[in-house]
Design a protein around this ligand. Structure first.
Ligand code: 13P
Length: 251
């Protein structure tokens, strides 16, 4: 009942020429895929160029971040309405790299989620624990704090549209994927938390992606888990053949 959603987070990579070339290949190789929702998140500077390539295809355009004020004296920031204008349908919010390197907090993530909804963008809301937090047995306490903090005062009408991405920090870019059982455990905990916050019906609708060293050779077994509804792919989304293989995991 939940359509899988597989998105590529290109992070801080690819020039206009490289990004449009990759997008063109993906539009071709993924044409006709209807059983999986697809998205790519390039850097801000190439959004209009990539938007022109993916327009009319089944590949949706995502942004990697946004600021919560629509316009004004905020040097270096980009707002939700600007991302909509550039052709984005979704925006990644609260990625662990932003929490780690750019001071993103549960409070700023909450403001950004509200701003995304206000601009008509679907947020992909990232949560996940560090290795130290996992080793201290605090995985779910951390994820619960992140989910509750991020969703503070967000009404069910908006929350119903959200996509959650569970990305254990220790699995990102390390080649150390969470086992399907480890991922499923946290995904199920996130879903029951959503049920406590918003009711079971809404919780059953929300897609929860897994992210962290997803590859063509581990996606299928991850996707067999009942609460895994897709993936947020970093490194393996930068090559057309590996991202295509991941999206086409069902064969
Ligand atoms: P990798 O797939 O490179 O581990 O990155 C995951 C990620 O951070 C996606 O947002």
């Amino acid at each position: 009942m939940r359509k899988p959603f597989i998105a590529g987070n290109w992070k801080m990579n690819l020039t206009t020429r490289e990004a449009t070339a990759l997008a063109k290949k993906l539009v071709e190789s993924l044409a006709g895929v209807t059983q999986v929702e697809i998205g790519i998140a390039p850097v801000y500077t190439v959004l209009p160029a990539v938007a022109a390539v993916v327009r009319g295809s089944n590949v949706q355009l995502l942004a990697q971040n946004l600021f919560w004020v629509d316009s004004g004296a905020y040097t270096g920031e980009v707002s939700g309405p600007m991302l909509k204008d550039a052709g984005c349908s979704h925006v990644i919010v609260g990625h662990s790299e932003r929490r780690q390197h750019f001071g993103e907090t549960d409070e700023s993530v909450n403001k950004k989620l509200k701003a995304a909804f206000a601009s008509g963008l679907v947020p992909i809301f990232c949560v996940g624990e560090t290795l130290a937090e996992r080793e201290q047995g605090r995985t779910f306490a951390v994820v619960e704090r992140q989910v509750k903090g991020g969703l503070q005062d967000i009404p069910a009408t908006d929350a119903a549209k959200i996509v959650v991405a569970y990305e254990p920090v220790w699995a990102i870019g390390t080649g150390k994927t969470a086992t399907p059982a480890q991922a499923q455990e946290v995904h199920a905990q996130i879903r029951s938390l959503l049920a406590r916050l918003y009711g079971q019906e809404l919780a059953d609708q929300v897609r929860i992606q897994y992210g962290g060293s997803v590859k063509a050779d581990n996606i299928a077994e991850l996707m067999q888990q009942p609460d895994l509804d897709g993936a947020l792919v970093g490194g393996a989304s930068l090559k057309a053949d590996s991202f295509t293989a991941i999206v086409r995991f069902q064969g």
